[in-house]
Design a protein around this ligand. Structure first.
Ligand code: 3H9
Length: 684
């Protein structure tokens, strides 16, 4: 039964019961529609609708979105509620999102518990509210708030919703409060659809369009939502509802909604593999070694989830610096209202920093976030092994280094895994969990359990230079540098990739992280680099010139005011010089050609990563590229996008590029197999 109902004192109690989050599927819609008839037939005085469990309703069941819509449709169900002579009251016990909030809006009254939140996050799934949300919300909260809520997709807590007149009351027991509502007062409540709609405000619409263009460039749903809201202000409610429904259905089957749904379900499916044969170690106390930006971010992320953290640094001054960085993060979160004063105090109480490894004793997990150097890391791990219990798990936050070589220094190498966080570690969602040759299932299970607590998206990676994400990044940059050397400028490359959907192109992004990191990697790779592989020396010239990125005021761009970037002709000239020395005849690349090369390079590398078993699935590549490397979410991730091109088309394009440079563009056997067997890339 997806909708439970009972009558008491002539009041109908309707409970949406579709665990885990009361998603509104066909059975729920049917159950609600039947409840309208049931309430009318029994001449009930009111119906109180609520959700079973912690959620009111998480919205339409997005798992149904790939199939043809099944009757009854939600807009019709909600019209029946809105127009029924038996008034419905929503007792909003938990989150009411999307269609869940739309159910609440079709009710005559809304009373929420203090823990509840309401939101219309449809645009995050590439659709719009499709059951009257674009019409009912402006009538309830006014145009400005409705535009912000629908285009932004962020939920509002119960008290804010009360202030916005979205709901009528906040009560610890919303069902009881709904029961207590005075019958006369309830009788006077006008059905939401009959409320007057706000007046058109052209300036506000223009401002919202600008905000959307800036914050969600190239995304279709928010623009369609704005149009539906605008059209809905002037039209008959039911005509506008028909148009809203048509717009919703068209978006639902479009490529952006499919891509965003893929991301949504892919992220939720990222869990510990069933094949792990061990349970995670219980964690309370975690040691972090290294208190730079990364280590401090990791420490704060852990403190924020109630772990006790001991941060180890090399000496007094370093301990002081690390403590300051952690303190700054606590304060910043506190100031932004993300944690309360009491939580900030508790974070400080759980934190301890020292230059003595013995302080880490008792920790059941240690995360090494020291300098990216094999000798340094091996030394840290050896010192940790000496003070920690034999059962404790060791991990390294290395971005590139060989974990097997690192584990060699340990008496028990099975204790070591990679936990590759992304900066800023307390914000970025991705966590690469790296399995070394000897890594135990206990270590991996502990990594996954930690990811769950930190609400990170775990992706299992094997050992190779850069694991999944940084290996792809290296190939992306190599392709960019080649295009730069052979004909373009960094700004042309950046612009092409921004047009593709990245927030910034590879050169601007590298200016942010610093050119010295990639330089150190290139020097580390010198000994093992394939001598037949073309080497683009421009980035090395940048280091010689002291252009290390934003931190030195100049990198690929110049930053005269420390903030805004300007193009630097000296940098463009470097490519001319190097091309001349290398005997390269430069050519002009269109933006399409730049994009084609950079994206194909990544797809081919990703295919090799899959072929070598470094990543488990194409979906994992999508998780990494979207959540760690800025690949446009609305394209679903690198391999979801690749699937839209098709393996055969990709292979034929790569083969053409292979004639230019058979080493860099060697077609991955994985892609060749996909093309030969006509297999979907996304399903691998
Ligand atoms: C919509 O409503 C359109 C309407 O306007 C028009 C219709 C005509 N569908 O996130 P969690 C699953 S569009 C299907 O891990 P949490 C999820 O996959 C919808 N399944 O839990 C997972 O499954 P599994 C607008 C859904 O506590 C399980 O529930 N609504 C849906 O961290 C637990 O999810 C939204 O965009 C769904 N709508 O967070 C809200 N939602 O266990 C989307 C969840 O098999 N949902 N599942 O992995 C959320 O934001 C979060 O899930 C929520 C709970 C905050 C509710």
């Amino acid at each position: 039964m997806s909708v439970l109902r009972r009558i008491e004192d002539n009041v109908g109690y309707v409970e949406i019961d579709n665990p885990p989050v009361n998603a509104i599927n066909q059975a729920v819609r049917q159950g609600l529609l039947e409840a309208v008839d049931w309430a009318e037939a029994a001449m009930l005085t009111r119906v109180i609708v609520t959700g079973k469990g912690r959620t009111f309703a998480a919205g339409a069941d997005a798992k149904e979105f790939d199939a043809a819509p099944m009757e009854p449709h939600l807009p019709d169900v909600l019209n029946a509620i809105d127009e029924s002579f038996v008034p419905w009251i929503a007792a909003i016990n938990g989150v009411a999102l999307g269609g869940g909030a739309e159910i609440a809006m079709a009710c005559r009254m809304r009373i929420a518990s203090p823990q509840a939140a309401l939101g219309l996050p449809e645009v995050t799934l590439g659709v719009i509210p499709g059951a009257g949300g674009t019409l009912r919300l402006p009538r309830l909260v006014g145009l400005e708030t409705a535009l912000a809520l629908i285009t932004g997709g962020k939920p509002m807590n119960a008290h804010a919703a009360l202030d916005a007149h979205w709901i009528h009351a906040v009560d610890d027991d919303p069902i009881e409060a709904a029961y207590m509502v005075n019958t006369e007062e309830l009788g006077c409540m006008v059905p939401t659809w009959e409320l007057p709609s706000p007046a058109i405000d052209t300036e506000l619409f223009e401002a919202t369009e600008k905000t959307v263009a800036r914050k969600m460039p190239q995304q279709v749903a928010p623009i369609v939502a704005i149009n539906c809201i605008r059209e809905g202000l002037n039209r008959d409610f039911h005509d506008a509802l028909t148009d809203e429904r048509a717009a919703f259905l068209s978006l639902k089957s479009g490529p952006q909604a499919k891509a965003l749904r893929h991301c949504f379900f892919n992220e939720r499916a990222a869990k510990a593999p069933a094949s792990l044969s061990a349970a995670p170690l219980p964690l309370e106390h975690i040691a972090v070694v290294g208190g730079g930006t990364m280590g401090a971010g990791i420490a704060y992320a852990l403190l924020n989830k109630h772990y006790a953290v001991t941060l180890i640094e090399t000496d007094d001054a370093a301990v002081k610096g690390a403590t300051e960085r952690v303190e700054n993060l606590i304060n910043a979160s506190n100031t932004r209202g993300l944690i309360t004063d009491a939580e900030a105090i508790a974070c400080r109480q759980r934190f301890n920093a020292s230059d003595e490894y013995t302080q880490a004793a008792g920790a059941s997990l240690a995360i090494e976030a020291a300098f990216e150097d094999m000798a340094v890391k091996r030394d840290v791990l050896t010192q940790l092994e000496a003070v920690l219990d034999d059962s404790a798990i060791l991990s390294t936050n290395t971005s590139y280094l060989n974990i097997n070589e690192m584990a060699d220094c340990l008496k028990d190498p099975s204790r070591l895994m990679g936990l590759h966080f992304f900066a800023p570690a307390h914000i970025m969602k991705l966590l690469e969990i790296v399995r070394g040759e000897h890594t135990s299932d206990t270590a991996l299970a502990t990594g996954y359990a930690l990811a769950k607590t930190l609400r990170k998206i775990p992706v299992l990676a094997g050992v190779c230079d850069g694991f999944i994400g940084n290996r792809l990044l290296a190939r992306y940059r190599e392709a960019a540098d080649t295009v730069f050397m052979d004909g373009s400028t960094p700004w042309e490359v950046d612009e092409a990739m921004v047009e593709f959907g990245y927030a910034m192109g590879p050169y601007e992004a590298q200016d942010l992280s610093g050119l010295d990191i990639a330089f150190a990697n290139r020097r580390r790779q010198d000994a093992t680099r394939d001598p037949n592989r073309r080497y683009i020396p421009i980035a090395d010239r940048m280091i010689e010139l002291g252009k290390l990125g934003r931190k030195t005021g100049a990198g690929w761009y110049r930053y005269p005011d420390g903030k805004n970037k300007i193009e630097d002709p000296i940098v463009a000239d470097l490519a001319l010089e190097e091309a001349h020395f290398a005997g390269v005849t430069r050519t002009e690349y269109s933006a399409d050609e730049i994009r084609r090369r950079l994206v194909l390079a990544m797809i081919n590398e990703a295919a090799d990563i899959l072929d070598e078993g470094i990543a488990q699935s194409a979906s994992d590549i999508d998780l990494v590229t979207v959540n760690g490397y800025g690949f446009p979410r609305w394209r679903g991730g690198l391999m979801h996008y690749a699937d839209s091109l098709g393996a055969e088309a990709i292979v034929s394009q790569l083969q053409q590029l292979e004639t230019e440079d058979p080493v860099a563009w060697k077609v991955s056997p994985w892609l060749l197999r996909c093309a030969e067997s006509d297999a979907s890339i996304a399903d691998q």
